[in-house]
Ligand binder design. Structure first.
Ligand code: GLN
Length: 351
């Protein structure tokens, strides 16, 4: 009965549609949108952004962690990984930088995997603080005290939720989880860890403030130490983009095929990134760029195009809020050129 409706004219029309728009980034799943930007367009946008912003001198390396002040501020790398595991790189993509606050996304994912999203929401919260990422005032002022998992207080509280018989077991579990998201073994940059551990009095203070309000769930200083280690994990731009592609791909690493994060947790993670991923710069970022993203004071920013892929940019100089100046410019440019803004009706993504 259905076959009767397939006329030769319809077949010809279908064949035309199939050939008129060649597939974009090689799709393992075969699900390529006919209106998605072609691979050449993605490459051109990334190349243009790289050339346009490579000499930008805005911003300044973080220096409250002494190691970060020494990093070459001219380093600049861009990587895209799609949910089909296609990748595209430009610039210093082999340089291993500290993941810093971008780690908070993946510890949140692990905590949700262990406890369920509702419990994590109860114990940490999800409200943007509107204050700097290390603000003790937010801890005092906010009814949740911890704010959300992407400010330092909320992130330390989230880390304190990870189970394990001792600090080593908890830390190894976190590192192993990050490695699964990246699809390859990641490791600690020991010098970053030592530099931050020697100077993180502010984070220790936050952990004790949380204890005052009963909003930390393991020993405060142990939690800060594990948190400091997670921030000191080294990633290059490609590894970071692959971690993002795992989020974009509903929690399944597109390179290894492993289901690392539970699909039902993805919307909670991405919405938190959209609300608080760039600290007190998050509102402006959502307004202009419209992609769930997370920054780190090491100079990385990771942005997710759900269901499509992720872009990671690394460039150390930061703005006042602690977000990489060049990374913001690149992602803004590429997203605008290729119509990635999730809130735009014409958003098409990578494929
Ligand atoms: N490790 C850093 C800190 O605790 C992370 C902050 C960040 O990247 N915004 O201050």
């Amino acid at each position: 009965m259905f076959a009767k409706r397939i006329t030769p004219a319809l077949l010809a029309a279908l064949a035309f549609i199939a050939t008129a728009t060649p597939p974009v980034l090689t799709a393992q799943t075969g699900s390529v949108s006919p209106v998605a930007p072609k691979k050449e367009q993605v490459q051109a946008a990334v190349r243009e952004a790289y050339e346009k912003f490579r000499s930008d001198t805005g911003g300044k390396n973080a220096d409250y962690i002494p190691y970060l002040a020494q990093v070459d501020s001219k380093l600049f790398g861009i990587a895209i990984v799609t949910t089909n595991n296609d990748s595209l790189t430009m610039g210093d993509v082999n340089y291993s930088f500290s993941i810093q606050s971008i780690s908070k996304v993946f510890t949140l994912a692990l905590a949700m995997k262990e406890l369920g999203a509702d419990k994590v929401f109860d114990k940490v919260g999800s409200e943007p603080t509107g204050r700097p990422f290390n603000s003790p005032i937010a801890v005092v002022d906010m009814t949740t005290h911890s704010g959300n998992p992407f400010v330092n207080a909320g992130a330390i509280a989230t880390t304190s939720l990870i189970s394990g018989k001792d600090e080593t077991e908890k830390w190894n579990k976190i590192l192993d989880f990050y490695s699964k998201a990246a699809g390859e073994k990641l490791s600690l940059i020991d010098e970053v860890y030592k530099s931050e551990a020697a100077t993180n009095t502010g984070n220790k203070a936050l952990s004790y403030l949380l204890a005052k309000y009963d909003r930390i769930y393991a020993d405060p200083f142990e939690s800060v130490d594990i948190y400091t280690k997670q921030c000191s994990v080294g990633v290059n731009a490609l590894q970071l983009a692959r971690m993002g592609a795992t989020l974009a791909n509903n929690g399944k690493n597109p390179a290894t095929g492993e289901q690392v994060i539970s699909p039902e947790d993805i919307p909670h993670i991405l919405s938190t990134m959209a609300m608080a991923g760039l600290y007190d710069g998050s509102g402006g970022w959502a307004w202009h760029v419209g992609l769930p993203s997370k920054s780190g004071v090491g100079g990385g920013i990771l942005s997710i195009v759900p269901g499509k892929g992720a872009i990671a940019v690394f460039a150390p100089p930061l703005d006042e809020a602690g977000n990489s100046v060049k990374a913001q410019k690149v992602i803004d440019y590429v997203s605008e050129k290729l119509n990635y803004n999730l809130f735009s009706p014409s958003s098409v993504g990578f494929k």
